[in-house]
Ligand binder design. Sequence first.
Ligand code: 13P
Ligand code: SF4
Length: 316
Amino acid sequence: TVEQGTLLEQIRVWKEKRNALILAHNYELPEVQDVADVLGDSLALARAAAKTSADVIVLCGVHFMAETAAILNPDKTVLLPDAEAGCSLADSITADQLRAWKAEHPGAVVVSYVNTSAEVKAESDYCCTSANAVDVVRSIPTDKEVLFCPDMFLGSYVKRMTGRENMHIWLGECHVHAGIAPADIADTLAAHPQAELLIHPECGCSTSNMYLLAEGQLPADRTHVLSTSGMLERAKTSGQDEFIVATEVGILHQMERQNPHKRFIPANRKAICPFMKMITLEKVLASLVEMRTIISVPVETAQRARIALERMVEIG
Ligand code: 13P
Ligand code: SF4
């Protein structure tokens, strides 16, 4: 539309004026994905934030992602176009709760999923994303106890993949992924028996699916547990032409665009993250014009969180 064309043009002008880089997560609205300089999963966005020479980073995603960019870039201005864009998973553990948990397990190594507040990261030894969680836990000496937070489904997946007995898992979840149930997979697979399964490890179905997989009740050669960027890569390289996608539905935009002749079926059409969808083109423009909302992290918290984050960016 003419209106959208004008918006896009203005965003381009203001982006140059501010020497800004626009980063967007794979779950953003299609038009926001299209305006991004870098589109990716949590790990890719953190990496892009860590190496940019831009003065301003506009983070089209949720609050913890903007904090991550700010921690990795203390000298840059990080803008979140809607300051209310939070994350139910990040909210499922506070720094006080983590401190109390650590006190119960002296000497344990804390691995936090990147979906956590800066304060929780500051209390952690390692951060990880869905793309490198298994590698991060594998890198920890086996005689050390591991505290994994906050996602219980990703935690169970990592525990199974690493075979690690001395790993304790926090009982947090993302309300969007928790809502993708084993029955959603079973029903969609019954309707599309030849499809390949792409499952995000945050899903409520991921734990039970791993057991089904182990028992041979799911097609092992056609079931893949992956991060959002891992799913996009698999969709491109797989010889299959039909896929069941168990994650937030925003990812279908890139899948369909990159693979116009393949078919993508969401496991649950209602898996929509309300926080990711808060970012609109209007808000992206307003954030550049008005330089808001600036996300910053107190220096001492940032210094401690950076150690855990840099380990995450290095591994996997
Ligand atoms: P990834 O894109 O890293 O797989 O994470 C999914 C997610 O829920 C981000 O909030
Ligand atoms: Fe958080 Fe879930 Fe939304 Fe990702 S999809 S930002 S984990 S609420």
